[in-house]
Every structure is written in C-alpha cells, then in structure tokens.
Design a protein around this ligand. Structure first.
Ligand SMILES: NC(=O)c1ccc[n+]([C@@H]2O[C@H](COP(=O)([O-])OP(=O)(O)OC[C@H]3O[C@@H](n4cnc5c(N)ncnc54)[C@H](O)[C@@H]3O)[C@@H](O)[C@H]2O)c1
Ligand SMILES: O=P(O)(O)OC[C@@H](O)[C@@H](O)[C@H](O)[C@H](O)CO
Length: 396
C-alpha cells in the first residue's frame, strides 16, 4: 500500500506516519513549506518519539518529500497511491482542495484515474465538505462524475497529541517529532471507496456521525480553555496548568458544561460522552505529555470563530438551558492571549486595543451585544479582573 501525506507537520510526519509505518505502508510527503520539504529530503530520516514510552519510538528512514505546489508530481505520485491524508489545518481545506482538484484533473488526463481515498486529519467542523467543494470546483462535469465514482473523501479524528521536543535545547535532528502514546485512528467507514485496508490501529467506524465535532467540542474546548487561562497565569506547559489549584476546579466545571451541552444539545449518548470527557481530562492532566501552551493556544482568531471550540459548544449549551460560565471565563481569557511569535495573537491584540472587546465579539465570534453569551463573556472579563488574573485596563 502507498499513501500521500499532505502537510508534514506534527500530525503528518508524526502521528499519521507512526500509524502508517506500523502497517508497513509506503509514504510520500507533500508540503507547502519549501524549507520543510528541503529538510525532509536532505536529512532523510528522523525519530517519532512516543512521550513517556521511549521503547516505542520509531525511526522513519528514506523519507521523500515534494512541494505541494508541484501539481505534476502530486498527480504522478497519487496515480499510484491508495490514500491521501491531509494534516494541513482545517482553514486550509479550500486551498488543499484546489491543489488536489488540479492534481486529479492531471491524473485523469494521464489516464491514471483509479479508486483512491482522501482523508482529512483536521480539527475542524466538516473539513471533508470544505475540501471536496473546493476540489470539485476544479473539475468539469465528466471529471466530477469520475471523481464521485472513484474517490472517497472522508474524515479521521485525531485524538493523539503531536508536539515538539520536551526540551528544545537537546534537539539534534530538527525533523524529530513527539507524539502521545495513543496509536488509535478512527475514520469514517462510510466515506471509503474500494476495499478497506487491513490496517492495525485504524478503526473504520460504522456510525461516525458527530465523532469529529464531539472530539473538537470536548478535547479542544477543554485544552484550549486550560491554555488561555494558563497563559494569563504565566504557565508554560498545558498539564502543569491543568493541575494547578487555580485551574483544576474550573476544568471540572468545563467538562460538566461540555457534557451537558453535547448530551442534551447534540444528542450524544450520555455514557459515551462521560467516558470521552474522562479520557480527555486524563490526557490533559498527564504530566508525561509535555505540550507547550503556545501550541494549544495558537491562532486564537481561528479558535474564537462562531463554530470553533469556544463559541460553538457555548451556544449549544445555552440552546438547551445550560449556562457555560466556565467556558465563557476561558473565552474571556482567550481575548487577551498575547504572543509576539503568533501572528494571529498579534492581530487579535491589535484589534482589541484599537477597536475594543465588543468589536471582536461581534466580528470574530459572531455574537450580537444582546446575546446572552456576549454578556457572559464580558462577565468573564470582570471575573478575571476580580481574581487578579487580568491586570490591564480593558477597553470594552
Ligand atoms: N498537533 C496535534 O496535537 C493535533 C491533534 C489533533 C489534530 N490536529 C490537527 O491536525 C492538523 C495539522 O496540525 P499539526 O499540529 O500537524 O500542524 P503543523 O503546523 O505542525 O503542520 C501543518 C503542516 O501543514 C503544512 N501545510 C499547510 N497548508 C498546506 C497545504 N495547503 N498543502 C500542504 N501542506 C500544507 C504546513 O506547512 C505544515 O508543515 C490541524 O488541523 C490540527 O488542528 C493536530
Ligand atoms: O491543532 P489546533 O490548533 O486546532 O488545536 C491545538 C490543540 O488543541 C490540538 O492540536 C490538540 O492537541 C489535539 O487536537 C489533540 O487533542
């Protein structure tokens, strides 16, 4: 079996690679970042370190990578590949779809149409829909018919954390990457075309349903919340923040709010959701998983969007009469996330200082001033000030 991994970052060259190597699958990488492609080819090998379990580390050798802008090469490699995994960021799905659309067109022109699948590995609401829409916009009616017949487009849920070196000063190979010890990859079975591969550690889920949203609104909501509060409190690592006496009780309230929202508002089975959130809490409080808050909090403008991990579940909670007070407190903290190395955080802070909190709530979070959640987030800011966690003057 052969696969393409589009996006050679922490999940692409880390977790997805681990699962594929464990199944003896041949991988070719494509990435938009030319320095990354160059490094992958020049260094040619790296270690995927399993946090807390060095005996499970895997070395990936004979690495081959190409630019994702090289459509001819992508079409050539895809002609021989059974699966294409994307791990590029959900907001990049339109660009990724366009690239794959062009490559598919070229592949058909070369007479290489075949049964193949594209699987998104993104924290996003309906990434496969966004990708497919952009991909099909590149095709004419005949090509679209061929695509619909032969290409599956589906989603996977990435429950595993992929991150950088616990101690960056000891890093010798810049390609080395670190993952949580959780070799389990659920995928939407109904989306797959052709025979299912006989892969270990991959679960082709029959009733995939809301699994990706459940994960986003449980795992990412809770770890994002810890990260934004932790940053305000001067913490650097997620698990340390999660275990702190200030954050630990708030974390319990967050899981309570999430559980009620998802059970009552999304119809998720109670037992499954309680187990899901218990696993999430165990993961984010696990000190073996050394994950910097800057990675979890990255791109706050994306994380503050209406459907993303903070506003999305809060709105569901309110729709079923549950007040997401703890999540609103963390959303308030997110509005103050500053990191000079994070372009999105720089933009957010510039926006806040120039136009005020109300502008962000309306234009980024999509909330109206008369909405309950809007008021709850403002109350959250006052609460952060009262606790002494937020010291600066606030332009509401
Ligand atoms: N890191 C984690 O713990 C984790 C866990 C679950 C899900 N995810 C999701 O996985 C996805 C990837 O995250 P990551 O942590 O690996 O990020 P990352 O920043 O480490 O890697 C992303 C890679 O994608 C590349 N890329 C961006 N746009 C591209 C394009 N159009 N074509 C090809 N390559 C492109 C980037 O250059 C980069 O190398 C995201 O959607 C993220 O939310 C991450
Ligand atoms: O990847 P993002 O930026 O959408 O979110 C950051 C983290 O929440 C995320 O990468 C988690 O670590 C991951 O989803 C595993 O739970």
């Amino acid at each position: 079996m052969k696969v393409i991994i589009l996006g050679a970052g922490r999940i692409g060259r880390g977790f997805v690679t681990q699962i594929m190597l464990l199944n003896h699958v041949q991988i070719t990488y494509f990435d938009v970042m030319d320095p990354m492609v160059k490094q992958l080819n020049e260094i040619g090998s790296y270690t995927i370190h399993v946090l807390g379990h060095p005996e499970k580390d895997i070395v990936n050798t004979n690495v081959t990578a190409y630019s994702a802008n090289d459509i001819e090469k992508l079409a050539e490699v895809w002609a021989d590949a059974d699966f294409v995994f994307t791990a590029c960021g959900g907001k990049n799905m339109p660009t990724v779809g366009k690239t794959l659309g062009k490559a598919y067109k070229t592949m058909l022109c070369n007479g290489k149409g075949h049964v193949t699948n594209i699987i998104t590995c993104e924290n996003w609401i309906e990434p496969a829909r966004d990708l497919k829409q952009a991909l099909e916009a590149e095709l004419n009616e005949d090509e679209k018919r061929m695509f619909e017949k032969n290409v599956g487009v589906g989603e996977a849920v990435i429950l595993c954390t992929g991150t950088g070196a616990p101690d960056p000063s000891l890093l010798t190979n810049p390609l080395d990457t670190w993952i949580q010890n959780f070799p389990y990859l659920p995928m939407d079975k109904a989306a797959i075309k052709g025979n299912l591969p006989n892969w270990e550690y991959v679960d082709f889920v029959d009733q995939f349903g809301n699994l990706l949203t459940q994960k986003l609104y449980t795992n990412n909501t809770s770890c994002g919340s810890i990260a934004y509060l932790g940053h305000l409190l001067g913490e650097k690592y997620l698990a340390v923040a999660a275990n702190s006496p200030e954050i630990a009780p708030i974390l319990d309230e967050i899981y309570e709010e999430i559980n009620q929202a998802l059970i009552k508002g999304m119809g998720i089975d109670e037992e499954s959701q309680l187990a899901f959130s218990k696993r999430a809490k165990a993961k984010y409080t696990d000190l073996d998983i050394v994950d910097p808050i800057t990675r979890i909090a990255r791109d706050p403008l994306r994380k503050l969007k209406p459907n993303d991990r903070l506003i999305g579940p809060s709105k569901i909670a309110l729709s079923v009469g549950v007040e997401p007070k703890a999540i609103a407190l963390c959303t308030a903290a997110a509005l103050f996330y500053d990191n000079p190395e994070d372009e999105s955080a720089v933009q957010l802070q510039k926006m806040r200082k120039q136009y005020g909190i109300g502008y962000i709530l309306e234009n980024v979070c999509g909330l109206k001033p008369d909405e309950k959640l809007y008021t709850m987030i403002i109350d959250g800011i006052h609460e952060l000030q009262k606790r002494g966690w937020l010291k600066e003057e606030v332009n509401l």
